[in-house]
Design a protein around this ligand. Structure first.
Ligand code: DAT
Ligand code: MG
Length: 138
């Protein structure tokens, strides 16, 4: 059965002009773009999105970074979308990401790691709903 995941292309990758290359990799890996937009998150919105991490030491750095420039937010559809997308993006720390993964190719550091990917089907739904209404999905 086809299901969804949620992704963001993060500020450093958008700023570096890697949006097209990353979207090409996503589509050529079999993901269908259901919804997509470019958006500048306020600190408040970024903080809400990452609220599960609010007790972690890197939380304020993460919120500052994710609100520092525009991101591309998208809902992606594929069989086994969540797990397959985590495989495509690679490890959180790009120095541990496998060659060929998006983070291996485009991430700058563990914090500035080019892309977000949902970690479960439940979180994919929550994150997709955070950014998109039903009317924005095709
Ligand atoms: P992932 O994005 O691979 O799911 P995560 O959910 O553990 O990783 O963390 C969310 C984001 O927070 C991650 O993409 C980058 C940032 N981050 C995680 N660990 C970090 C650390 N030790 N130092 C700085 N930023 C970190
Ligand atoms: Mg995560």
């Amino acid at each position: 059965m086809s299901n969804i995941t949620f992704t963001m292309i993060k500020p450093e990758a958008v700023e570096a002009g890697n949006t097209g290359a990353i979207l090409n990799k996503i589509e050529s890996s079999g993901f269908r773009i259901v919804a997509m937009k470019k958006v500048l998150l306020t600190k408040e919105r970024a903080g809400e999105f990452y609220s599960v991490h609010k007790e972690r030491p890197f939380y304020s750095e993460l919120v500052d970074y994710m609100s520092s420039g525009p991101i591309i937010a998208a809902i992606l559809e594929k069989d086994n979308a969540v797990a397959d997308f985590r495989e495509l993006i690679g490890a959180t720390d790009p120095s541990e990401a496998k060659p060929g993964t998006i983070r291996y190719e485009y991430a700058e550091s563990k914090g500035k790691n080019a892309v977000h990917g949902s970690d479960s089907d439940d979180n994919a739904q929550i994150e997709a709903n955070f950014h998109f209404s039903q009317e924005e999905r095709f």
